[in-house]
Design a protein around this ligand. Structure first.
Ligand SMILES: [Zn+2]
Length: 503
């Protein structure tokens, strides 16, 4: 199928074929789904049996952090049993008190616990004192209570042992968000799979948000990762894609170091083929399934070119590798150093760059700058990374396919006649389409307006400054506008038809 003269039938076919996409693209999610009550588990070191209580999350949104967390480091030893679909994990979490006040409650994000029997904690202790820790598990949060509060800048090392039972990735559905974490017949994905420490704000506390029905809600402080990963009980040799290249590798064991990163994702398959390129000392890899050789080269080529363009336009990327991974689910999603591309885009690839395979490859590549290096609170300010990554598609087409610029604006943005203000929290849009239209599509229109108002030189200088000043940080809309050195009146003028409130 080709998209000659913007064929609407093709667009509709694409809608149904690619299903629900949360990072980068189309389709509908119900906005009126009410969350089911959740099971919470409480455990004190003195008790032998956990007690069960019911817990319903309240979608409250807290402020962004003012203080970076110092010395956050994860050391993870994980053994994946490919037959049982289980991961046994021993993890050390080291950090200093991120608050200027004594701190007696520590939150650890535990996403695998959102799945039935998905997370079983066997041991939790303060490695420095050797004492068992009291904990309470509520959906995706493990709350640890310290008997003695951590004093200002005091370090702690939490040792955890747990078992993950991976969930199957369900087939595409019109009523639920595509699931990335878990396994299919040909792929296993570990994303947000370990315990991780959220950012902390002195005024509002831990920055954790309830899961959203569309879009993202996680906020990651920088951390150093040391990961040892082993695969056992696999009838076939597997290929492992990860957020960075291994420093050591044997047949079924991989060892990684990933410093100053947001997260660590892994995708495993016995079927992956790999296309690789070295660009300026950075290894760019594309992991894809057999029968997609043509797409295998195309995705690699666009990732390489996008990497080169964005390095020039935004700034140098402090990473040693980027991995693009064909997803065995209908979604595109970014993680630090690794992104997934929906298999639907591969199936619909028609040999031209007028389609989602190219669009979303360069969109996801841009997330390495806007999400990875410069992070944002994805629940409170989703436009900060998504508008920039959608606009990065425009910049890519402008540079490499100027003849397709009109096509891009029509196909990607104007066809949908997008409405809505761009600066709301992810929870405040009535459904996925309203969210996408406002945050992604009008987000790109807003950046185009900003560019017109400032002129190219000031606009691109501002983007570079925003990147440079906020590298490694969790940026806010105020940081964004500060980088463009605009007066209050100028900001008001350019934001008035796009924002609900002045940033
Ligand atoms: Zn995105």
């Amino acid at each position: 199928m080709r998209l000659d003269k913007f064929g609407v039938g093709w667009l509709l076919a694409l809608f149904f074929a690619v299903g629900l996409v949360s990072c980068a693209s189309p389709t509908v999610l119900p906005s009126d789904v009410t969350p089911a009550p959740l099971i919470a588990v409480t455990h004190t070191a003195a008790e032998s049996t956990p007690t069960l209580t019911l817990f319903t999350p309240t979608p409250e949104v807290t402020e962004s952090p003012s203080l970076p967390i110092q010395l956050l480091a994860y050391t993870i030893d994980a053994v994946y049993d490919a037959g049982q679909k289980k991961v046994e994990v021993t993890q050390l979490i080291q950090f200093t008190n991120p608050s200027t006040q004594p701190l007696s409650e520590i939150m650890l994000v535990t996403e695998p616990n959102r799945f039935a029997n998905g997370f079983n904690l066997n041991r939790l202790e303060n490695q420095i004192t050797g004492e068992a820790l009291d904990w309470e598990l509520q959906r995706n949060l493990l709350q640890v209570t310290l008997k003695e509060p951590l004093s200002f800048q005091e370090p702690i090392a939490i040792l955890a042992e747990y078992v993950l039972q991976l969930p199957p990735i369900p087939p595409p559905s019109d009523t639920s968000k595509p699931q990335i974490y878990g396994y299919t017949q040909r792929q296993t994905n570990l994303v947000d799979w370990y315990l991780w420490l959220p950012p902390y704000d002195d005024e509002t506390g831990w920055i954790v948000h309830p899961p959203s029905f569309f879009g993202e809600y996680t906020v990651y402080p920088l951390a150093d990762f040391e990961v040892r990963f082993e695969v056992i009980n696999s009838p076939r040799e597997v290929v492992v894609a990860a957020s960075t290249s291994p420093v050591q590798q044997s047949q079924n064991r991989w060892e990684y170091r990933f410093d100053s990163a947001r997260n660590f994702a892994i995708s495993i398959s016995p079927y992956f083929l790999i296309e690789e390129a070295q660009v300026d000392g950075v290894k760019i890899s594309h992991y894809y399934f057999p029968l997609y050789r043509r797409q295998g080269e195309v995705v690699l080529q666009h990732t390489v070119r996008a990497y080169q363009l964005y390095s020039q336009l935004f700034g140098e990327l402090p990473r040693q590798s980027i991995s693009a991974v064909q997803a065995d689910f209908l979604d595109g999603m970014e993680f630090d150093g690794l992104f997934f591309l929906s298999k639907g885009f591969y199936d619909l690839y028609d040999g031209t760059d007028k389609g989602y395979l190219t669009l979303i490859t360069v969109h996801e590549t841009a997330h390495q700058w806007w999400y990875g290096v410069v992070a944002n609170d994805q629940a409170r300010h989703p436009w900060l990374d998504e508008a920039l990554c959608t606009y990065a598609e425009r910049l890519y087409y402008e540079r490499f396919f100027p003849e397709l610029m009109d096509w891009w604006w029509f196909y990607r943005v104007n066809f949908y006649q997008p409405q809505g203000v761009i600066d709301l929290p992810v929870y405040d849009y009535g459904g996925y389409l309203a969210y996408r239209d406002a945050v992604y599509l009008r987000g790109a229109l807003f950046l185009e307006e900003l560019r017109k108002a400032l002129g190219d030189e000031q606009f691109f200088d501002g983007l570079k400054r925003y990147y440079g000043e906020n590298s490694g940080k969790i940026a806010t809309p105020i940081d964004f506008f500060n980088a463009f050195e605009m007066s209050k009146a100028e900001i008001e003028k350019v934001t008035q038809s796009f924002f609900a409130a002045m940033p």
